[in-house]
Design a protein around this ligand. Structure first.
Ligand SMILES: *Cc1c(COP(=O)(O)O)cnc(C)c1O
Length: 491
């Protein structure tokens, strides 16, 4: 055989010393378990000092470093400076808090380096299909619907609205694009809808001007009378209303639109009904509170995530589409190198659709595994109790605020989000806005708690979103005490 020109010995990326790497892996597991077990003892959040920030500069690493050293760098410079959303007193924005089993599942998922979604011949896709089936059953959505595990609700909203647009356009939009539209299409959502809805509308080529913002009522829910008028006026003006987006829990206040009325309007006006239920959809599983999201099950597409209120580690979301054919029509595209049939009887002979026909991604991770393993480990009854616990905690905090002469609620607590502010008679609203912003910053800097702030009807409030399985009632007592103490020290 001809002597090929091999200038280097052959190499790979596996450990040089498997036993040393195994020991490092064990150490990582031990460290992580200690860290998670003692979260409550540490600050919720801390600043990365300048020397840490500046250490992330420099050229690419040309040579190797000992794996132990690389890990030490992570422990010293990355792990301490997180958002803090695993901590029992993190309630900023709307963020989940992760599970131990979910963390292990992520390691297992990457240990098989799964390319989930396509290649229906692997068990991963049976897992994903089962997680989708569980979501349908839990949320009361039809079992014959189709779905996909996504990276979050932004992605779910994009997929749902893409299916909506294509199904409602009335022409072959995949061929002609928006340029083939003879009428301008319009989509409706409330003033309080999440920014990802607008991003999706922009990405789909409709333009943000096509997203009609419907005013809200005193509870910050969509004013459905105004919605009806807007749809009819637009139609009269020659536009083509195609879709109405209902919110099952807005980010600011957890407001839930009147989903049944919106579903009725969609039926009457021949519009697609999309629900953004990012976190709020999961109120459906709380026995005493499920009625709050009634009507959600009538949606043509239902977007939600599992990394906020279902507490799984980031990222994982889901989209469900009532009519699987609409879903496939929007995304199925099969080049010869990926040739397959629907329900292809592949290597293992089990029928599972190629999930790449249900979204825009081909290669995907195996996020479904962390849901599958955590739900089984915990049982969904536990989840029902946890969702209920968070809503009860929000009501408890709402009561504490109402009982305090120094604090004021923005509006009655509807679900799991409490917005309130520190008040003092004789201090102007402008000053109070500043004061509450400083209270937020103080709480964060001290590491005591992390709320965020939101502006509701022009006034700044502390925003406490309870999607945290580690929070306890006493944590809310502490929050109220600290807000009052810091507030009175700042006046
Ligand atoms: C967080 C959120 C989203 C976006 O979800 P991601 O998972 O962060 O992409 C959409 N809608 C609402 C109401 C949200 O709260």
């Amino acid at each position: 055989m001809k002597n090929l020109n091999r200038t280097h010995p052959e190499e790979d990326l596996d450990p040089d010393d498997w036993e040393a790497m195994r020991a490092l892996g064990h150490r990582m597991v031990d460290d992580v378990m200690d860290h998670l077990r003692t979260l409550r003892d540490g600050p919720v959040w801390r600043h990365a000092p300048p020397e840490v920030k500046s250490s992330f500069q420099g050229p690419p690493p040309e040579g190797p470093e000992p794996p132990e050293d690389v890990y030490e760098e992570y422990i010293g410079k990355v792990r301490p400076y997180q958002l803090g959303n695993q901590h029992p007193r993190f309630w900023g924005w709307v963020a989940g808090s992760g599970t131990v089993m979910g963390m292990f599942a992520e390691m297992l998922a990457s240990s098989t380096d799964a390319v989930s979604g396509s290649f229906s011949y692997m068990a991963n896709n049976y897992v994903e299909m089962q997680v989708l089936d569980w979501c349908k059953a839990l949320l009361g959505y039809p079992s014959g619907s189709s779905g996909l595990i996504t990276s979050g609700c932004s992605s779910s909203n994009l997929i749902g609205l893409a299916v909506a647009r294509n199904a409602m356009a009335g022409y072959d939009i995949r061929e002609s694009g928006m340029q083939g539209a003879s009428q301008r299409m319009t989509i409706y959502c409330s003033d309080e809808a999440h920014s990802s809805v607008q991003k999706a509308v922009e990405l789909l080529g409709l333009g943000s001007g096509a997203l009609r913002r419907v005013p809200v009522n005193d509870s910050l829910e969509m004013d459905t009378d105004a919605l009806e008028t807007m749809v009819r006026d637009d139609r009269r003006a020659g536009l083509k209303p195609i879709c109405i987006v209902g919110a099952a829990g807005t980010t600011n206040t957890a407001a839930i639109d009147d989903l049944n009325t919106i579903a009725d309007i969609c039926a009457a006006e021949k519009c697609w009904f999309h629900v953004d239920g990012a976190f709020g959809a999961w109120a459906a599983i709380a026995p005493e509170y499920g009625h709050l999201v009634s009507g959600m099950e009538r949606a043509d597409s239902l977007a939600f995530d599992l990394h906020k209120w279902m507490y799984l580690s980031y990222p994982i979301g889901c989209i469900l589409i009532r009519n699987p054919e609409d879903h496939r029509n929007a995304f199925s595209l099969t080049p010869t190198y990926l040739a397959h049939g629907e329900g292809d009887r592949g290597l293992t002979g089990v029928d599972v659709p190629w999930l790449s026909d249900y979204g825009f991604e081909l290669s995907r991770g195996f996020s479904a595994l962390k849901a599958w393993m955590t739900f089984r480990e915990q049982g969904l009854d536990k989840y029902r109790r946890l969702i209920t616990q968070n809503i009860d905690q929000a009501r408890y905090l709402g009561n504490l605020v109402e009982e305090s002469p120094d604090l004021e609620l923005a509006l009655p607590v509807s679900l799991n989000i409490v917005n309130f502010r520190y008040v003092r008679t004789g201090v102007s609203d402008g000053k109070l806005d500043e004061l509450n912003k400083r209270i937020e910053v103080e709480l964060q800097e001290q590491g005591t708690a992390v709320p965020s702030t939101v502006t509701i009807r022009g006034t700044k409030y502390l925003h406490v979103a309870i999607t945290n399985h580690r929070s306890r009632y006493e944590d809310f007592d502490l929050l109220v005490r600290e807000v009052t103490r810091i507030g009175s020290g700042l006046v």
